[in-house]
Design a protein around this ligand. Structure first.
Ligand SMILES: *Cc1c(COP(=O)(O)O)cnc(C)c1O
Length: 393
């Protein structure tokens, strides 16, 4: 048998060992972690909807009306009218002809990619794509060409050198960097080389584009340009589940072929009830997006002045680049001593040498809470950071 214990020890020594904190109470910026109160800047609840009373109410009335369990898969007898209502609502929200509700974003990516590409086909995948996309590519059996992050010139060469069925897949907003894929260039390359473009905009929906309709719409791209768009409901929407939006023919194909759609129990219908309500909130609450943008702007300008190395991101994902995993852990621990929770993100989630603190903002954060984060960052700044600040003045 393999020496699993030794592998765990190696992980610890490399600064890559991960632990789970025990959180309690509803998800909001002030949390209880392992019994201690902390102010969190690391959740994906970008619009502060995860504990919104209207969503809790919608879920509660959904439970009373429709019961709890999903009871069966969608193709047996689990496809509830509430699921279908959510799909129609998501299609309207994304301005696409249809949507298909999946249990999670992970399953949506694995299901879509394995259905759309297989042996003999070629998938082109951005180097920084989410793990669920990577796993979908691996499982598909297709040839996988990983192009350097957002490098459309290299992708163009790879596409030109490849025959047969081609699929290009990318995050819309990149989950660990917060930047947005060059969607217009990607769409134009795909048109030129007859490739199918799939965009996973898990972090864009709710935050990016007019009324939070996502990065694809914000780039002015239609369903013809980007046939399939994936979104998750567990982030800005504050609920759970995911969807794929696109033309009915392709969605029908997925219903027939996407194994992670077919061979799993449907989500509780009440969750779809709550998600419908959430789409309404996301669509209409411009105030939340405005507040979020103000927090992000102020954080960027003040953290940069302190000498922190930020990344070119205009989204609520604002990583502080550190590099060394031990150093990233040290900063995370120093912040936690000051009551601020920001988790360090280390390999294999990010490339080697690119460990970082992934700071994320929520519309539920107050200006005062941002001040607390900035104070803690000022007091915990590593030497290299304060040196950089001094060199800047
Ligand atoms: C979070 C995430 C997913 C997975 O979504 P879940 O619903 O949490 O499974 C997929 N893609 C990206 C880019 C993500 O950030």
């Amino acid at each position: 048998m393999r020496d699993f214990a030794a592998e765990l020890e190696q992980r610890r020594e490399a600064g890559l060992y991960r632990i789970r904190r025990h959180m309690s109470g509803p998800h909001q910026p002030m949390l209880t972690a392992d019994g201690d109160p902390v102010l969190a800047f690391c959740s994906n609840d970008y619009l502060g909807l995860a504990s919104h009373p209207e969503l809790v109410d919608a879920a509660t009335s959904g439970l009373v009306e429709h019961g709890l369990g999903g009871a069966s898969s969608h193709l047996i007898c689990g496809h509830h009218s509430e699921h279908h209502r959510l799909e129609d609502r998501l299609a309207a929200f994304t301005r696409r002809s249809g949507a298909l509700f999946f249990s999670t974003g992970y399953m949506a990516n694995v299901g879509v990619i394995t259905a759309i590409a297989g042996k003999g086909d070629t998938i082109f995948s951005d180097a920084l794509n989410h793990a669920s996309i990577i796993d979908g590519c691996r499982l598909s059996g297709a040839q996988v060409n990983i192009y350097p992050h957002a490098d459309t010139a290299t992708l163009a060469e790879q596409l030109a050198a490849t025959d047969g069925h081609k699929v290009v897949v990318t995050d819309g907003v990149f989950s660990m960097d917060g930047d947005i894929a060059p969607l217009r260039e990607l769409a134009s390359l795909c048109r030129q080389h007859d490739a199918l473009l799939i965009v996973d905009d898990a972090h864009g929906f709710g935050c990016v584009g007019p009324q939070g309709r996502g990065a694809v719409l914000d780039a002015g791209l239609s369903e013809e340009d980007v046939p399939l768009v994936v979104g998750t409901l567990g982030k800005a929407f504050g609920t759970s589940g995911a969807f794929v939006a696109g033309p009915p023919m392709l969605l029908d194909y997925l219903v027939q072929k996407a194994r992670s759609y077919i061979y799993t129990t449907a989500m509780p219908p009440a969750l779809a009830t709550a998600s419908c309500r959430s789409v309404d909130l996301v669509e209409h609450d411009e105030h939340r997006r405005g507040h979020l943008a103000r927090l992000v702007n102020r954080f960027r300008s003040e953290a940069a002045t302190m000498g922190y190395d930020l990344m070119p991101s205009a989204t609520p994902i604002q990583p502080i680049m550190i590099g060394d995993p031990h150093e990233a852990m040290r900063l995370s621990t120093a912040l936690e001593k000051r009551g601020i929770l920001v988790t360090a993100i280390r390999p294999p989630t990010v490339p080697k040498g690119e460990s970082r603190l992934r700071v994320t903002f929520s519309a539920a954060h107050t200006e005062d809470q941002l001040d607390q984060l900035l104070d803690a960052l000022r007091e915990s700044a590593p030497r290299a950071v304060t040196d950089r600040a001094l060199a800047n003045v």
